[in-house]
Ligand binder design. Structure first.
Ligand code: GNR
Ligand code: NI
Length: 175
């Protein structure tokens, strides 16, 4: 496998992170495979366990995912993913986001989800998950709708995180 180039990841408050991404169609075919390769390379390099196209400035419904990059690399590419079922039971888990570097918070979401998507050959697929996979699937699909993990928190916690992020990024800029 050849090394794909990595892409810069957008940080909050970049407005592109707040847009609803558009579905991928047949006409996008060639571009999508190359973009998915670059997104996987960017995700592994970060390192992260998921990445959605809006995070690299592409308003397309494309997600890459690998929740066990160290133990057993299993790169997944999800085209036009959608949640088709979710459990009534909720689960809380600490989340982070490559677009809010260094910020973490407990997020409560449905414990299990079933997701329908297309693979890179255009075949219809489904994946069902709990635990980290469930949280990651929901986190990435949120990105396609302009939603960030901090949107699931109280306004107080969200504003604390956004203020700390702004401060951290500013002090990084100063070096
Ligand atoms: O690397 C990531 N870790 C993570 C941890 C818990 C729940 C979701 C995630 S996704 C995140 C990478 C990212 O920002 N994806 O959009
Ligand atoms: Ni994220």
């Amino acid at each position: 496998m050849t090394e794909a180039e990595t892409l810069p990841i957008l940080f909050v408050p970049d407005k592109r992170l707040r847009l609803k991404a558009r579905p991928i169609g047949d006409a996008d075919g060639d571009k999508v495979r190359a973009l998915a390769d670059k997104m996987l390379a960017t995700m592994y390099a970060a390192p992260g366990i998921g990445l959605a196209a809006p995070q690299i400035g592409e308003g397309l419904r494309l997600v890459v995912l690998d929740i066990q990059p160290k133990e057993k690399p299993e790169p997944m590419v999800l085209v036009n993913p959608e949640i088709i079922a979710e459990s009534a039971e909720l689960a809380m888990r600490e989340e982070g986001c490559l677009s809010l570097p260094g910020q973490y918070a407990d997020v409560t979401r449905p414990a299990r989800v079933k997701v329908r998507y297309l693979d890179l050959t255009g075949a219809k697929r489904e994946i069902e998950g709990d635990g980290l996979l469930s949280a990651c699937l929901q986190h990435e699909i949120d990105h396609l709708n302009g939603v960030l993990f901090v949107d699931h928190l109280s306004a107080l916690k969200r504003n604390m995180i956004l203020r700390k992020l702004a401060k951290d990024l500013k002090s990084q800029q100063r070096g």
